[in-house]
Design a protein. Structure first.
Length: 349
């Protein structure tokens, strides 16, 4: 049964033992749910309880003192949370970071750096273990030994996508993995909107890094607004389709952010986020200062919008061979990213 039905039952039967003693006294439930109450699958329940008997695996009910207060405030809080990792982290101040599963290199870098900075200041980074922005956010937090939570749309005994098995293991060791779905639940499409409401519901605010106009990230952001939480969005190039979702959110009232400090100004006092480390205060592109005149010329022609190599040759006046070799060096130094179609874009600060 869903969380709304369960909460209705819990109102009728604060002591659930009385419900199981007389299931037919329950009102407002389906025949299928009634039959499950009349004849529970005790073997399945015993298997699940055995899985959670391992240290570091927890079942947290909505009546548990460890159940996060912010999540309890949403319209349809889950009755049970299954947790692997640090259960106390659920009540830590959190920022949700979400975005495209196929981000641009600058988008991935932004997710990593924002998460790294905020986690270093003491905020927990919450995301959904998906490809792209989610993974970069988790990795950014863990890069500074910060805390991160992955909210998943499967049972805790499943990892989706499968290639994130190692990432999930690291998160369980350094943070927590959370699900409202029972063991054995597979990654069905209808699970992920439910998962998204938990990502936003656990958090003080939601940061959207890159998102198309029709995406799960925008669903998460709108759920955050409905839950009375802050929504932040990073703007991008007008030519980048993955920036359009962020621009749409900004038009609808999301806060435009350019640096992690913008988020700290909004949430820092409430969440107790620390000051920016001294070494990060001056975000200066030190690499470009050391470049010779030709590199500086080429670098000046590069912008934050994608540009084809032919245009760079024309604007710089350098030969195609020279531009190609210089772009390779700049890419190796992390100052330039190559995109599809022979295009390049400036990254970093």
């Amino acid at each position: 049964m869903g969380p709304v039905t369960f909460m209705r039952l819990l109102t009728q039967f604060p002591n659930l033992q009385k419900l199981f003693a007389n299931p037919r006294a329950a009102t407002g439930i389906s025949e299928r749910s009634l039959q499950a109450l009349l004849a529970p699958d005790w073997d399945l329940i015993a298997r699940d309880l055995a899985w959670f008997a391992v240290p570091g695996r927890e079942i947290v009910t909505i009546q548990d003192a460890r159940y996060p207060r912010l999540l309890k405030e949403i319209p349809d809080p889950p009755s049970i949370l299954f947790v692997q990792g640090d259960v106390n982290l659920l009540s830590a101040w959190q920022l949700a970071v979400v975005g495209s599963r196929n981000p641009s290199p600058p988008g991935r870098d932004n997710a990593f750096e924002f998460a790294r900075f905020l986690a270093q200041g003491g905020m927990t980074i919450t995301s959904g273990l998906a490809m792209g922005i989610d993974a970069a956010a988790h990795q950014g937090a863990m890069a500074v030994q910060g805390k991160t939570i992955a909210v998943i749309g499967t049972g805790l005994d499943r990892v989706y996508p499968a290639k994130h098995r190692d990432l999930a293991h690291d998160i369980a060791q350094q943070g927590a993995i959370v699900s409202e779905f029972a063991l054995g639940t597979s990654p069905r499409a209808e699970n992920f909107p439910r998962r998204n409401r938990l990502i936003s519901g656990l958090s003080l605010g939601t940061l959207v890094v890159e998102a198309a106009t029709r995406s799960g990230s925008l669903i998460t952001a709108r759920m955050a607004l409905e839950q009375g939480r802050e929504v932040f969005a990073i703007p991008g190039s007008i030519h980048n389709p993955l920036a359009r979702g962020c621009h749409q959110l900004i038009r609808e009232g999301a806060k435009l952010v350019e640096t992690a400090e913008d988020i700290v100004e909004e949430l820092g006092a409430l969440a107790g986020v620390g000051e920016m480390p001294v070494e990060d205060e001056a975000l200066v592109d030190q690499g470009s200062q050391a470049l010779d005149s030709d590199y500086q010329l080429l670098f000046a022609c590069l912008g934050y919008d994608p540009i084809e190599i032919d245009s760079l040759v024309t604007q710089s006046g350098l030969t195609a061979e020279t531009v190609s070799s210089m772009l390779l060096l700049l890419e190796l130094e992390g100052q330039v990213a190559s995109l599809s179609g022979g295009r390049y874009v400036r990254v970093g600060h």
